[in-house]
Write a protein that binds this ligand. Structure first.
Ligand code: CP
Length: 308
């Protein structure tokens, strides 16, 4: 049972709560292979997705999850809403809650926006990515994929390589993986590693070969060019040379290493096409698992919450 009314970040979840979400997602994933994929669990509920930043995977899989649970979805596009007339975020969400929506899914460029919304409405709020802070459903689907592929997470060596500084995915992964007992290493150019990140419970290694050695999982992060003000490395070509995940670098990891990427990928910058499409990648499995995880989160916050 989740002891939370919202999913704001993995920082706030216990290991038990994380494991319960993963178990619930395992149950929902079984539906994927059935002729009738929908269950009516949330048939009287309507959610709204507020995406102030672009998204393919997160928005799409929340939409799929809502459909599969029988929930309605209120169509809201930031660009054609009264946000463009200057309406504040808090006024926007209070108005949506007054219409009777049962939950809010939000992605925003500012860290802390989901928490701000949660303080102003009396319905569940789900963080779909806030600034550099957290992307909890991404880390949950990453951990679900790891568990599905290898059976367990405790003691596994997870190496996360790339633009650590601008990544909300890495923060949620560090919170979640360390709670489940994984050994987490982050790697990237010094300019893209925030000071003090070790305090979250990970190791920092700058040489990519050292970081990869013996890894069970390599999670490759996108270079977030759109968030970078100034220059963090001389050129994409040099980044690829120093940090790009290539077949020869993958050979340094465990023989059965799995390659992950939250997407979207910059092929030829942080990852070579040979690796992205290669035998060890589980990148599209991550995307499928995103639907199961989002079903689990919606179910646990909206259906089980009412049953308490
Ligand atoms: N992984 C992820 O958040 O992808 P989108 O930006 O496409 O949602």
């Amino acid at each position: 049972m989740l002891n939370q009314n919202h999913l704001l970040g993995l920082k706030y979840l216990s290991a038990t709560e994380i494991k319960e979400i993963l178990e619930q997602a395992t149950y929902f994933k079984q539906l994927f292979n059935r002729p009738v994929k929908q269950v009516p669990t949330l048939k009287n509920k309507t959610l709204v997705s507020l995406f102030y930043e672009p998204s393919t995977r997160t928005k799409g899989s929340f939409d799929m999850a809502m459909k599969m649970l029988g929930a309605g979805s209120l169509n809201f596009a930031v660009n054609t809403s009264s946000v463009n007339k200057g309406e504040t975020l808090v006024d926007t969400v209070k108005n949506l809650a007054s219409m009777g929506v049962d939950g809010i899914i939000v992605r925003h460029s500012m860290a802390g926006v989901p928490e701000l919304i949660a303080k102003n409405v009396d319905i569940p709020v789900i963080n779909a990515g806030d600034g550099f802070n957290e992307h909890p459903t991404q880390a949950l689907l990453d951990m679900f994929t790891m568990t599905e592929e290898k059976g367990y997470i405790e003691g596994k060596k997870v190496t996360i390589i790339g633009d650590i500084k601008h990544s909300r995915v890495v923060r949620s992964n560090i919170w979640g993986l360390s709670k489940l007992g994984a050994e987490v290493t982050v790697c990237g150019p010094a300019s893209l590693i925030p000071h003090g990140i070790e305090e979250m419970g990970c190791k920092v290694v700058h040489k990519v070969e050292d970081a990869i050695k013996g890894a069970d999982f390599i999670n490759v992060l996108r270079v977030q060019f759109e968030r970078q003000k100034g220059s963090y490395f001389p050129s994409s070509r040099e980044y690829y040379h120093e940090y790009g995940i290539t077949p020869s670098r993958v050979k340094l990891a465990k023989e059965d290493v799995l390659i992950m990427h939250p997407g979207p990928m910059n092929r030829g910058v942080e990852i070579s096409t040979d690796v992205a499409d290669g035998p060890y990648n589980v990148i599209l499995e991550q995307v499928s698992n995103g639907v199961a995880i989002r079903m689990a989160v919606l179910y646990m916050l909206l259906a089980r919450r009412n049953a308490r």
